[in-house]
Design a protein around this ligand. Structure first.
Ligand SMILES: NC(=O)c1ccc[n+]([C@@H]2O[C@H](COP(=O)([O-])OP(=O)(O)OC[C@H]3O[C@@H](n4cnc5c(N)ncnc54)[C@H](OP(=O)(O)O)[C@@H]3O)[C@@H](O)[C@H]2O)c1
Length: 318
């Protein structure tokens, strides 16, 4: 039975036993809490991150806080295309995926433009390009289970002008522009993926969600994972009227992943824009532009040297 959009209670998720979800950037913030919420609902969680020690701490915390949690860990550095490919090969050797949460992100970009080993601008590479490659590499396991991918957008898509000709900001780099540019890209790619998956008859949904304004000092402490200082707590609590915890920030992302009523092409965010329970929302105009989406898609195919296997994914599911 399909649930109505209003039936969702983020504190009491439907039973997800038997489902398998992979989350990028699980070692902190919103990604950690998304793992916890999925595990609490009975799902098997593949928690991923770029640092083995932080991943081990994440697994310890999940097992400690969610009795009987089903969790495995996997190294994925989303800024590194080799790491993305190696991890995807490991996942493909297992049992299919119900959902992929493309959450990892640099939220405080470097002051000056930096590039990765692959030669890509580091914020674009981490937030957008690595996820484009990962989602393509995992399309077949997602199709095996008629799964979903959820891209993580941001209200920041409207704070700086987007340059469609120079997504990696070879010219006019600034930290804010790099962040906004990368989040226009994740959102536009998520919406473009929804169009392409439908055209190719692949039964995989692509959705976008954003967490409002979710900050560390308003977030429960988790030993070894999230231990904000008193000063951070004090400063962040001064922003209480227009912020929320990262635990709540995970709500729209988890809903997009797991609510049967959420559909491909949807955009989810907090009810009060910056905070609140999740509801369907409208992405910014630039991210809805199909020309921007198509242009980014070609740019990412070329930069990541990945073509999504639409035909194979359609056959696997058929
Ligand atoms: N918080 C907000 O208000 C807000 C608003 C809009 C959008 N978002 C988006 O929500 C997502 C999560 O944000 P957050 O607030 O939870 O940030 P966060 O607390 O800084 O956590 C970011 C996570 O991404 C991981 N990460 C960074 N670079 C990585 C890489 N190269 N490979 C793999 N993982 C990497 C970090 O891993 P390490 O532990 O190794 O650093 C960490 O686990 C981001 O995509 C962000 O853009 C957040």
């Amino acid at each position: 039975m399909t649930a109505r959009a209003t039936d969702w209670d983020p504190r009491h998720l439907p039973d997800l036993t038997g489902r398998r979800y992979l989350v990028t950037g699980s070692t902190a913030g919103i990604g950690y809490f998304a793992c916890e919420q999925l595990a609490r609902a009975g799902a098997h969680v593949i928690a991923t991150g770029r640092n083995p020690n932080r991943l081990a701490a994440t697994k310890r915390a999940l097992l400690g806080r969610v009795p009987g949690a089903s969790v495995e860990t996997l190294l994925i550095d989303t800024s590194n295309l080799g790491s993305v490919r190696a991890a995807a090969a490991t996942v493909r050797a297992s049992d299919g995926l119900d959902g992929l949460l493309l959450n990892a992100g640099i939220v405080h970009p470097p002051k000056r433009r930096e590039t990765t080993l692959d030669g890509n601008e580091v914020v674009f590479a981490t937030n957008a390009l690595g996820h484009f490659a990962l989602a393509g590499e995992l399309l077949v396991p997602l199709a095996q289970r008629s799964g979903r991918m959820v891209w993580v957008g941001s209200m920041a898509t409207t704070i700086a002008p987007y340059d469609p000709v120079d997504p990696q900001l070879k010219e006019n780099y600034s930290p804010w522009r790099a962040y906004a540019q990368s989040k226009v890209a994740t959102t536009a790619l998520g919406l473009e993926a929804a169009r392409r998956l439908a055209d190719a008859h692949v039964p995989v949904a692509s959705l976008v969600a954003h967490p409002g304004y979710s900050i560390g000092g308003r977030t429960p402490g988790i030993e070894g994972v999230h231990e904000p200082t008193r000063l951070t707590r004090f400063a962040d609590n001064l922003q209480a009227p227009f912020t929320q915890s990262k635990e709540r920030g995970a709500w729209p992302l988890v809903r997009a992943l797991a609510d049967p009523a959420a559909a491909s092409g949807d955009f989810w965010g907090p009810r009060g824009l910056v905070k609140g329970t999740p509801r369907r929302a409208r992405p910014s105009r630039i991210t809805r532009d199909p020309e921007i989406g198509a242009r980014l898609w070609s740019f990412c195919e070329e930069s990541a040297r990945v073509e999504w296997p639409f035909a194979r994914a359609a056959r696997v599911s058929g």
